[in-house]
Design a protein around this ligand. Structure first.
Ligand SMILES: Cc1cc2nc3c(=O)[nH]c(=O)nc-3n(C[C@H](O)[C@H](O)[C@H](O)COP(=O)(O)O)c2cc1C
Length: 371
């Protein structure tokens, strides 16, 4: 019996298996509005048989976009555009879909990765003034962000709440807050980017305050029956930065607040990071946080092989695995994993006849008919 292909619940949302599609920015929106690319992208991944799909980092206000082409959910127009995509995807797939709500903070106003990813200065076409906990640029030489004042904090918090309400109207199954990869919430957590001297900076409790306020506000604005979780970077990979001990303290606070899951990544806060990248390199962080806080924990990062994913969840190091690059490369990864592990997976009836002869019951409920 495969553990990877056994069900799991995030709050009251039950998933058919423990494979999640990680959030992946597509830099293909227009003024925050989803395009036909999103229909292609989410549509084909929705046929993959994964237990859950996260929609890419979705900005809660225009200034929170990483690039001018980021997806957004801050207006009726952005809500309608995403709604059109989701309607088509859902008509053709039962896969639960969650959205990652995000604000890029000081890492906003940049070019797409395939255009080099550099900052777009605020005076250049397509650029804007970024905001952050403190007026410290991500890269020396970048234009410094504006430190958020009290009114700014309230505006951003309200933008997360408004996006959560739009997410509910869109019938999304869950929300993940982007507290990782050096974006705004992570910028509040890390002592390297947060040098505030008010109640939102300094001590660990103060640095946790704004991310926890955003979590509480979003949790209160989204139906209690649906999960709200947090993506974290477990460490900055920089001496004197945010680390696993501080992440554990954050996880304890989230657990008290009915956080439905923790999605454990790392890095992204500082260009000084040194990451020992390799298979499973982030799994020990997930294992530690799962033990500490006991929330359903998702691990991610260079998980590419079915047996590797199976071992991670079967040994209880994490409750779920998320795949990003691996499932772009092989969008039927869950089918192939189910075949390898002797499990069953959802596939659309239109494709049932593709089941290879040696597998009798790979596709759940499949009736193959004459061959
Ligand atoms: C094209 C692409 C876009 C990404 N966009 C996001 C994003 O929107 N939000 C996020 O938290 N991580 C994002 N990531 C990081 C992934 O979710 C994942 O954590 C990382 O790629 C490691 O997993 P992998 O080894 O399976 O690719 C992105 C990664 C890729 C490859």
């Amino acid at each position: 019996m495969s553990t990877l292909f056994s069900p799991i619940s995030l709050g009251q949302l039950t998933l058919k298996n423990r494979i999640a599609i990680a959030p992946m920015c597509q830099y293909s929106a227009r003024d925050g509005e989803a395009t036909s690319w999103h229909l292609m992208h989410l549509g084909h991944l929705a046929l993959s048989g994964a237990g859950l799909m996260f929609i890419e980092a979705t900005a809660v206000e225009p200034e929170g976009r990483i690039t001018p082409a980021d997806l957004g959910l801050w207006s009726d127009a952005t809500e309608q555009a995403l709604g059109n995509v989701l309607r088509a995807v859902r008509e053709n797939s039962p896969m639960p879909i969650a959205i990652q709500l995000a604000h890029a903070g000081r890492k906003a106003s940049t070019r797409a990765p395939w255009e080099g990813g550099a900052q777009i200065p605020s005076h250049a076409p397509g650029g804007w003034v970024t905001v952050a906990p403190s007026a410290l640029p991500f890269t020396p030489g970048d234009e410094a962000p504006m430190a958020l004042d009290k009114a700014g904090l309230e505006r951003v918090r309200n933008a997360f709440v408004a996006a959560a309400k739009r997410s509910e109207r869109l019938g999304l199954d869950g929300i993940e807050l982007h507290g990782a990869h050096g974006y705004l919430l992570h910028q509040f957590l890390s002592p390297l980017s947060n040098r505030r001297d008010d109640e939102y900076g300094g001590s660990l409790a103060n640095r946790l305050r704004f991310p926890l306020e955003v979590f509480d506000a979003v949790r209160a604005a989204f139906p209690a029956a649906k999960p709200v979780g947090m993506r974290v970077s477990a460490t900055d990979w920089v001496e004197g930065g945010w680390d696993i001990e501080q992440t554990a303290a954050f996880a304890h606070e989230l657990e008290k607040r009915d956080c439905a899951f923790l999605h454990v990544s790392s890095g992204g806060l500082s260009p000084k990071q040194h990451i020992p990248v390799g298979p499973n390199y982030q799994v020990p962080f997930a294992a530690r946080l799962k033990q500490e806080a006991g929330m359903p924990t998702i691990t991610v990062g260079l998980i590419t092989e079915p047996e590797q994913a199976e071992a991670i969840v079967a040994t209880g190091q994490a409750d779920m695995v998320a795949l990003a690059r691996g499932i772009l490369y092989d969008p039927r990864w869950p089918w192939h994993a189910a075949a390898k592990l002797g499990a069953q997976v959802d596939a659309p009836p239109q494709y049932w006849r593709s089941q290879p002869r040696q597998f009798k019951e790979l596709f759940r409920g499949a009736h193959l008919g004459p061959r």
